[in-house]
Design a protein. Structure first.
Length: 198
């Protein structure tokens, strides 16, 4: 039997913390919380299991793509100051970034850190190939022992919209967008939009 390295043990422990105890299921929405509070309740939530990207691809234009094991992708452009007036890099306002994604069942966004407490907005332009059915959107905050859901899960129509979580604490966040009816014929969803945060 081969001994595990300290790095391997650390990575396994971190993965276990993110996944949570076996058999508890994913974090579910706290039905009594419509504000920016977090909920780490266990049970049969409707969110797919937490997923970390298999790889991260950095592009020449400054954008980054997260690639997941099921083929889902999430691409975003970090706010970058232009080097000159000739620069081809888009300069985004501080506290916001544009994004696009493809997924069959679920996709997680990249993480971002808020500079202060305040409102987090996830704008979705539209969701393609959804057959008129609604999708779900959840916001998560990173804590000492993994990710906790913030507030309630939002219902998103195919036409998209703007979704806000008010008064969230300063911290590191990400969102998840998913098709709750993974047994239907609708796949290859594409969505895009903007995240705005304090």
């Amino acid at each position: 039997m081969r001994a595990l390295s300290l790095r391997t043990i650390t990575l396994l422990a971190a993965a276990a913390l993110v996944a949570g105890p076996l058999g508890t299921g994913p974090a579910s929405a706290d039905p009594g919380s419509s504000d920016g509070s977090t909920s780490a309740t266990s049970g049969a939530g409707e969110t797919p299991a937490t997923s970390e990207p298999d790889r991260v691809v950095t592009h020449e234009d400054g954008s980054t793509t997260l690639v997941y094991s099921d083929g889902a992708t999430f691409t975003s452009q970090d706010p970058v100051a232009a080097a000159s007036a000739q620069s081809r890099v888009s300069v985004l306002a501080a506290g916001s970034f544009g994004w696009s994604s493809t997924y069959d069942v679920s996709v997680y966004s990249r993480t971002w850190t808020t500079g202060a407490a305040g409102d987090v907005w996830v704008d979705i332009a539209s969701i393609s190939n959804c057959g008129g059915k609604t999708h779900r959107l959840a916001l998560y905050r990173q804590g000492a022992v993994g990710w906790s859901q913030v507030g309630t899960v939002r219902t998103v129509s195919c036409g998209g919209g703007s979704y806000v979580w008010r008064g969230v604490a300063q911290g590191t966040y990400r969102f998840q967008l998913w098709d709750p009816d993974s047994g239907d014929a609708y796949r290859a969803h594409a969505a895009s939009g903007t995240v705005r945060h304090p």
